[in-house]
Write a protein that binds this ligand. Structure first.
Ligand SMILES: *[C@@H]1O[C@H](CO)[C@@H](O)[C@H](O)[C@H]1NC(C)=O
Ligand SMILES: *[C@@H]1O[C@H](CO)[C@@H](O)[C@H](O)[C@H]1NC(C)=O
Ligand SMILES: *[C@@H]1O[C@H](CO)[C@@H](O)[C@H](O)[C@H]1NC(C)=O
Length: 708
């Protein structure tokens, strides 16, 4: 995974305002209080345990030791996707699924992957003579068993050019450089990690004419590998369909394919190498606002006078990847799927990213196997997925979703993702809003791994209380009266395997992890040794994630009425809508939005009313709620602009952040169209939920916006 830009995005003053607004609104909505849904379990046919959650939790003793042993086995060596070394962990997962007594499946694909064939880096004097050779390796890489540090899909190429220090390589860094009269055209941009998605950092430098980009890792970390592919997730040659045997592959010269690849070579370097380059630079002093990245005293931004000589050779090729599955067929609703997924491929050893999650998944498999033997069978089908090639762009999961799209559309209840299960302390969770309440409920049942006598819910709440709620509220959503401070992230990201499930198939999703960041991200430091010493010495955080993940799955698989809460959804939409009116900062548009709000609320209340009706009628509400969600999921799809600060209403986010050369009036037309689109999505969802044909009184003409 994925580093997680959501918190970093939260800074603007308008966000604070919007958040304060949202909080006020929320307080008033809380009056509507969320009634806890009582889990309904137990039927008369004797195939169900009266309390599957209790049975699952009774299997906790010693589970941390099993998890540790699996993690050790999975991380015995580096196992990058598509390389021979990746076969070991795939076989391990398959063997453990089988040992648990579960039915297993595998699915292989041959997507286009990208590996490094060679690289060199040196500093030359202005006359071209050699000043110093610089290391392209990772300091911890003594054994040389790793794939060298590289950016997947960076093209072959090179440069002999002056360097410019661009700090984090964000838009604002280039603006600061412009004020100093320094540009990157024809030069090598030297950045430090932290400027958002690395593919975006490279693209921004390329847009400004840079000929190559070098990105430095953490000062105390290694060299951060990663993909620089742009566009959506999945195999770049089969956008929208699966790369099955004999499938059509677009050519590399196809314009839409070409757009996904970076146009200039790039490479990750160590912090030390970056410092060596920056120390060779002349030009203006690094201004205060650009010091965040390197922290070098008396540094200069360049350009030159020394030249960087950088070469990189890419080996781009089709390679075989393998997804591994375990399936537990439901006895009453076998054609409803509760799907749990984690990727298995890693840049190096992958102890955090992703095999902490793999070890948790294997423990869930083991427990479900024992539960099956004791006579329990889930009501709905549970599928455990071990994905490959996530690191190249969520390829294993995306190809599988594409291959099974129609089936998943109509049958998947939810997708529960865990990527880096444990990278530090504290629960961080994301979900689509109808799952918020279930997520919160479940954390009340799981012991906190770090504080004796407390539940995860207690510490989660306390931790969230310590940070700036007003700001966080803008993207995150706080839920329920007694846990006002809980933040649940909205999954507008596309940086882990939920991407295709949520943004392509429109399936409700959850994403869980312990700890927010760790210094060894995508480096050779991400080893079992680090996990044992620093990440989770007693493997109790692994245990907590395993239990939250497992209990979520059991509730979704066993509750007779799906534990979806559309009331939460309705209030969330209302909150976003209020946030938007503040952010737009344009009185005419604010008026327009305000006219829409009442309609949005009405549609949302309709959803709520009908969802309640479903409960009372005791019908399986999956079909209608999932159809409704297909419309609602659009509200969280990722905006095109990877710098956007909005994590919801993507069309509006793009209209605000990419005004191009539109006049104010033209922009209003675009925004207005987006507002209409959102209203339509919500109205469609509402009418799906109500199960009624539209009637005259509900038609948009009579109830919605009057043009300003
Ligand atoms: C590129 O692929 C797209 C499909 O994604 C297709 O519509 C288009 O015609 C192709 N262009 C060329 C030049 O082959
Ligand atoms: C730059 O480095 C490459 C690879 O080491 C080398 O072949 C080339 O001659 C160098 N260029 C200059 C100008 O030194
Ligand atoms: C598992 O947790 C127990 C405490 O509950 C601890 O004594 C044991 O060492 C842990 N196992 C591992 C492998 O860390």
């Amino acid at each position: 995974m994925p580093h997680h830009p959501a918190l970093a995005r939260l800074s603007s003053g308008s966000a604070r305002l919007a958040a304060a607004f949202g909080l006020l609104l929320l307080a008033s909505l809380l009056v509507l209080h969320l009634r806890p849904a009582k889990p309904l379990v137990g039927t008369s046919d004797g195939r169900r345990h009266p309390d599957p959650a209790a049975l699952f939790l009774s299997l906790s003793p010693g589970a941390n030791t099993t998890i540790a042993a699996d993690l050790r086995a999975l991380t015995a060596g580096p196992h990058l996707a598509g390389t021979p070394a990746s076969a070991g962990p795939a076989a391990h997962v398959l063997a453990r699924f089988r040992a648990a007594g579960l039915q297993t499946l595998t699915r292989d694909y041959r997507p286009l992957l990208s590996y490094p064939a060679g690289a060199s880096l040196a500093l030359l004097r202005a006359d071209g003579s050699l000043l110093a050779r610089l290391s392209t390796d990772e300091p911890a890489d003594a054994g040389r068993r790793f794939v060298r540090p590289y950016h997947a899909y960076a093209p072959s190429g090179g440069a002999v050019a002056e360097a410019v220090f661009v700090n984090l390589g964000r838009e604002e860094d280039y603006l600061a450089l412009e004020r100093l009269g320094v540009g990157v055209r024809g030069r090598v941009a030297v950045a430090v990690r932290g400027g958002g998605y690395r593919g975006g950092v490279v693209a921004r430098a390329a847009e400004r004419g840079a000929v190559a980009v070098l990105i430095a890792g953490h000062a105390d970390g290694g060299v951060e590998r990663g993909t620089v592919l742009l566009g959506g997730p999945g195999d770049p040659l089969t956008p929208g369909w699966a790369v099955t045997a004999g499938a059509e592959r677009l050519g590399l010269d196809n314009v839409s394919v070409k757009r996904r690849f970076p146009t200039i070579p790039s490479m990750p370097i160590s912090f030390k190498t970056a410092v060596a380059i920056v120390r060779s630079l002349a030009g203006p002093d690094i201004p205060a606002e650009l010091k965040s990245g390197l922290g070098v005293d008396n540094g200069r931004v360049g350009p030159g006078p020394a030249l960087v000589n950088f070469t990189y050779q890419e080996d781009k090729k089709l390679a075989t990847i393998r997804n591994v599955f375990a399936v537990i067929k439901g006895y009453e609703e076998p054609d409803r799927y509760v799907i749990l997924g984690n990727h298995r491929d890693a840049w190096t050893y992958g102890a955090v990213d992703p095999n902490s999650g793999t070890a948790a998944l294997l423990n869930i498999a083991q427990r479900l196997g024992i539960m099956l033997q004791s006579g329990w069978t889930p009501r709905r089908t549970i599928i455990l997925c071990s994905w490959d090639a996530e690191e190249f762009g969520m390829i294993g999961s995306t190809e599988w979703v594409e291959e099974n799209l129609a089936d998943l559309h109509s049958k998947a209840v939810a997708y529960l993702n865990v990527d880096c299960a444990v990278q530090g302390v504290g629960l961080f969770a994301g979900s689509t809003p109808q799952l918020d309440k279930l997520l919160v409920d479940v954390t009340r049942q799981v012991k906190d791994p770090d504080v004796m006598g407390k539940m995860v819910h207690d510490t989660w709440k306390e931790m969230n209380g310590g940070i700036n709620i007003a700001v966080v509220c803008y993207i995150y959503y706080s839920i329920s009266k007694d846990s006002l401070n809980l933040q649940i992230e909205r999954l507008a990201r596309t940086d882990s395997d939920f991407a295709a499930f949520l943004h392509h198939a429109g399936i409700p999703c959850v994403d869980l992890y312990y700890g927010e960041e760790f210094p060894g991200y995508h480096t050779a430091l991400d080893s079992f040794n680090w996990m044992e010493r620093h990440g989770d010495p007693l493997f109790l955080r692994h245990l907590a994630i395993t239990e939250i993940w497992g209990l979520l799955a059991l509730r979704l698989a066993d509750d007779p009425v799906l534990p979806f809460d559309y009331q939460t959804y309705a209030s969330q939409i209302q909150e976003h809508t209020n946030a938007i009116t503040v952010v737009m900062n344009n009185s005419r548009l604010v008026n327009l939005m305000n006219e829409c709000i009442s309609d949005l609320s009405r549609a949302a209340m309709e959803i709520l009313k009908e969802a309640k009706l479903c409960r009372t009628l005791f019908v399986s509400s999956l079909v209608i709620t999932s159809l409704a969600f297909v419309y609602l999921s659009q509200l969280y799809s990722p905006p095109e602009d990877y710098e956007s600060k909005l994590s919801f209403f993507p069309g509006i986010a793009d209209a605000i952040s990419q005004p191009g050369n539109l006049t104010i009036d033209e922009r209003q037309v675009v925004l207005k169209h987006e507002v209409w689109k959102i209203s339509r999505a919500i109205q469609r969802a509402a009418s799906v939920l109500s199960g009624e044909f539209s009637q005259q009184k509900e038609s948009p003409e009579s109830s919605v916006v009057v043009a300003p």
